[in-house]
Design a protein around this ligand. Sequence first.
Ligand code: SF4
Ligand code: SF4
Length: 76
Amino acid sequence: MGHNPSSLWDDVVPRVDPVRCQRCADCPPMASCSAQAFRRDDPDGIPVIDEGFCFGCYSCADACTYGAIILPRQAP
Ligand code: SF4
Ligand code: SF4
């Protein structure tokens, strides 16, 4: 999976809600992301989504049981 051109994918990339995110020890969305766009450098921190790799499949949103993945159409 290559690096996406910027802006083309801006309207499809979800984000992690820092309030809803529980910073789970096991974060299923990371394993669900076939693009390796859903990452967490700090094992105790909030995951981040690399906009350059995300292609908007939203598997991560389905995998998070806390509803912490906000889809673009839900964003304010
Ligand atoms: S994104 Fe969801 S599964 Fe992952 S740490 Fe946050 S609340 Fe937990
Ligand atoms: S929308 Fe798909 S590609 Fe983007 S971070 Fe979530 S699982 Fe990965």
